[in-house]
Design a protein. Structure first.
Length: 434
């Protein structure tokens, strides 16, 4: 980094970050040191308001786009594209306080540190800096997940997404309006994207690795299933006459788990979530069950194979239980690599600061999964402790690892702003041609 120091920030800077993290974690706080701030709830709105205030107090220009993404801009080079940094502030129900939120706050502090470093050393960077809180990354209140970045990248249609409803019939548009979360901002040209996140797994903690360079994503297929039978009396209806939707659903659930035996250990993951039963009443055989199936695999080919196996099982279950089973919605992303040049940039930054590092995979989906399809993208991980548990109040990353991650992330951000990622320079050519 020409003209800039690669040293560590002051303990006061680290302390300010940790203090902000403690404050941020009070919004939607749960009894067991977690948070519950699902997208566009009052708790999410409070967190967004606090974060917006933090950005403005530190010199950012803040705007919101039509899907509720919050952008904080630092214009350092008028007219130049931006290096975008961020993650998400929303959470799962009764979740941990680190998932997503750590990345958003790190983005703000890394951008501020980088700006101040440029000013102190009289350096003019190549790119501007911007911070983003992506709306509804978790997808628990509104499906699908990674909604804000999905609209931003063109993977999701804006109007259709705004019309999406939660379990109570509230649309995304209505929910965003309720927290003053709708804007008209059109984001500027983006040269690169970077995100730091907790690992949400145990591999880094087991290996005593401080910085993970995300090298590839797993593939995933998350889809909604409806099992339809016939409502009837649970006592009076003869067993041979029943068309029990719960029985059909139960057999599908077992089949989803049994998929794993067809593949190498840990090559495929599967789970079931969000069940709805109708009429969900005593003394009544259920007429309908809806639920979500989540299948993930190291490679897209394995995911397709797992899906085909499950379809075969579902056809047998339909005949056996005399029910119909239909797929009524799906969210899919393919496995794929991150930039090798970005991985190397992160590795050299970690080594410059003296931190252990290694390549890691991300089994979870992140907004970086969407962003890497349209701009040069770098993703970093810090370790998750407590056995790597996440989406749980016990989720934990130490202060030391949070700060170490921020220090390396700041180093990466500074180099991105200086144009040291070759692929990002294409944005300058595009801007010049407009």
């Amino acid at each position: 980094m020409t003209g800039l120091s690669a040293g560590h920030p002051s303990s006061a800077d680290d302390g300010a970050f940790l203090d902000d993290f403690v404050t941020m974690s009070t919004f939607g706080a749960t009894a067991n040191q977690g948070v519950d701030r699902q997208a566009a709830t009052a708790e999410d709105g409070q967190t967004r308001e606090w974060f917006t205030g933090l950005l403005r107090a530190n010199g950012f220009t803040v705007d919101i786009d039509p899907i509720g993404n919050i952008f904080g801009l630092l214009e350092l080079v008028p007219g130049a594209p931006y290096v975008l940094l961020g993650s998400h502030l929303d959470s799962q129900p009764l979740a941990g306080r680190f998932d997503g939120a750590y990345g958003v706050l790190s983005a703000a502090h890394a951008a501020m540190r980088t700006r101040d470093q440029f000013a102190a050393n009289g350096v003019t960077p190549t790119f501007n800096l911007a911070v983003v809180d992506w709306f509804n990354e978790e997808g628990c209140r509104f499906k699908p997940s990674m909604m804000g970045s999905g609209v931003f990248t063109g993977l999701l249609d804006l109007e259709k997404t705004l019309a999406t409803t939660d379990a109570h019939g509230v649309t995304v548009a209505e929910a965003l309006q309720a927290i003053d979360g709708v804007g008209t901002f059109t984001p500027p040209s983006i040269a690169a994207y970077s995100e730091i996140h907790i690992e949400q797994g145990r591999s880094m903690d087991d290996a005593n690795t401080t910085i993970g360079m995300v090298s590839s994503t797993w593939s995933a297929r998350k889809y909604e299933i409806v099992v339809r039978g016939e409502q009837s009396h649970s006592g009076a209806t003869r067993m041979k006459d029943r068309r029990d939707a719960v029985l059909g659903a139960a057999k599908v659930i077992v089949a989803v788990n049994d998929l794993l035996a067809k593949f190498d250990e840990e090559a495929v993951h599967s789970s079931i979530s969000e069940l709805y039963v109708a009429p969900n009443s005593p003394v009544t055989v259920a007429r309908e069950v809806r639920f979500l199936i989540d299948i993930r695999a190291r490679e897209s080919g394995l995911l397709a194979e797992a899906y085909a196996h499950l379809q075969d099982s579902i056809a047998l279950i339909e005949a056996e239980c005399r029910v119909s089973i239909d797929e009524i919605g799906a969210s899919i992303w393919e496995s794929g690599p991150f930039l090798e040049s970005g991985i190397e940039l992160t590795r050299s930054s970690a080594e410059a600061l003296g931190y252990t590092n290694d390549r890691v995979l991300t089994l979870a989906g992140h907004d970086a999964t969407n962003m890497k399809e349209i701009v040069p993208t770098i993703m970093l991980f810090v370790p998750s402790a407590a056995g790597g548990i996440s989406h749980n109040e016990r989720e934990f990353t130490s202060d030391a690892d949070l700060v170490s991650g921020l220090n390396v992330f700041t180093h990466v951000v500074t180099r991105l702003a200086l144009g040291e990622l070759p692929e990002s320079l294409n944005a300058l050519e595009a801007a010049a041609s407009r």
